[in-house]
Write a protein that binds this ligand. Structure first.
Ligand code: G3I
Length: 354
């Protein structure tokens, strides 16, 4: 039933869209000319939640300004595999179905993440071999189910510690499957879908050189041993003034020089990191615009084959996880304001490609 409701919503949207297109206007409702969907030479995406896809304004914005979506939560192991007896595909089936109607790419986030382990898995009483078999079945079932619908996966997210030599986190996966769990999961994902793009994803890789080196050592080892990997995701939870432009460029080029694709996978830009401002002033907006312009201008000049895309970690400012995480409601880190209006930075992005 839910799906039919969507079909009606999208039919209305399509008629609206066709009307706008026939009248020669761009994406009328957002005044962006031409659009964030059609102008950039690489996919621009947004993290969404299933409930957003019940909202006409989100659907309208995604139809006009998105080339890709990532599920902020629902494609993780804990919501999907919360019941040990069966994987629940219902929500994700709806997300990929609606994405297909919107004609946007779906990036799968994330097959294995130590912060998204279902409760029962942490207290699993079977043998390590039985645990590994569960994980293998999960990875192969999920990736093969969405073959042709999900273009790419964060196969493993945040496997390395931040400090003290950046060892592998002592996750339940490492404990029960061994230090080579990461390559096992990448191999399984490739076996399930020969075409899906396989990413390793992590945060602060442009700011923490030793952590980046740990990730690149993994990538180099995979490449040397023929273990499938297509790219690295830099989450890019950044501020207007951190990390430095040089660090972002150096770190990115280390990935590109290996022939891997780079995905800025969770972009948000804190413009009020010190919490000094209680409103989104022209000064904060300029910070946002300047940083956005740097990121997109640098990224667009990378080798085309390296450009997987840039995904904002949310559509509009009040979607952002940052307000709760930093306990600062005065943060405006995304491309659209809370009323779905594009910030000036959106047109600046488009103009980079005109
Ligand atoms: O949808 C359920 C709702 O049904 C339930 O009643 C409610 C209470 O438990 O939870 C809701 O799910 C929440 C979900 O966000 C959707 O809002 C989860 O509790 C909450 O834990 C989840 O937080 C997400 C977090 O990852 C953990 O999965 C954030 O939205 C999301 O922004 C954040 O994203 C992570 C990336 O995956 C990895 N990189 C870091 C980034 C920020 O932490």
């Amino acid at each position: 039933m839910i799906h039919h409701k969507h079909s009606l919503l999208l039919l209305i949207l399509s008629l609206f869209f066709v009307t706008c297109k026939d009248s020669g206007t761009g994406s009328e409702e957002t005044d962006l000319e031409p659009s964030l969907r059609n102008s950039p030479t690489f996919p621009v995406g947004y993290a969404i939640q299933r409930t957003h896809l019940d909202d006409f304004q989100y659907l309208q914005l995604l139809r006009n300004e998105a080339s890709s979506i990532s599920a902020e939560y629902e494609m993780k192991m804990n919501p999907m595999y919360n019941n040990q007896n069966a994987v629940d595909y219902g929500i994700v089936d709806q997300i990929v179905g609606i994405a297909d109607e919107l004609e946007v790419r779906v990036h799968g986030h994330a097959l294995l993440w130590h912060s998204a382990v279902p409760g029962w898995m942490n207290s699993f009483s079977g043998t390590d071999a039985e645990f590994e078999s569960l994980i293998e079945d999960y990875v192969k079932d999920v990736v093969s189910r969405y073959r042709g619908q999900v273009a790419s996966w964060d196969v493993v997210n945040e496997a390395f510690e931040d400090g003290s030599g950046n060892p592998l986190r002592n996750s339940v996966f490492r404990q029960k499957m061994g230090d080579d769990y990461i390559e096992k999961v990448f191999r399984w994902a490739r076996e399930a879908d020969p075409d899906v793009l396989l990413f390793y994803n992590d945060y602060n890789l442009a700011a923490n050189g030793s952590k980046l080196d740990a990730v690149l050592d993994l990538a180099d080892d995979f490449i040397a041993r023929g273990i499938p990997i297509d790219g690295i995701g830099f989450q890019m939870h950044i501020s207007y003034n951190w990390p430095s432009e040089q660090n972002i460029m150096l770190a990115t080029n280390k990935v590109v020089s290996r022939g891997l694709q780079i995905h800025y996978s969770e972009l948000d830009i804190r413009v009020n990191p010190d919490g000094a401002s209680d409103s989104y002033t022209p000064e904060l907006d300029q910070r946002f615009t300047d940083r956005t312009e740097f990121i997109f201008n640098f990224y667009k000049n990378l080798p085309e084959e390296s450009q997987f895309g840039i995904t904002w970690w949310g559509v509009k400012d009040d979607d952002t996880w940052l307000r709760d995480f930093w306990d600062n409601q005065n943060e405006w880190p995304l491309l659209f304001d809370s009323e779905f209006n594009p910030k000036p930075a959106a047109q600046v992005i488009i103009d980079l490609f005109e």
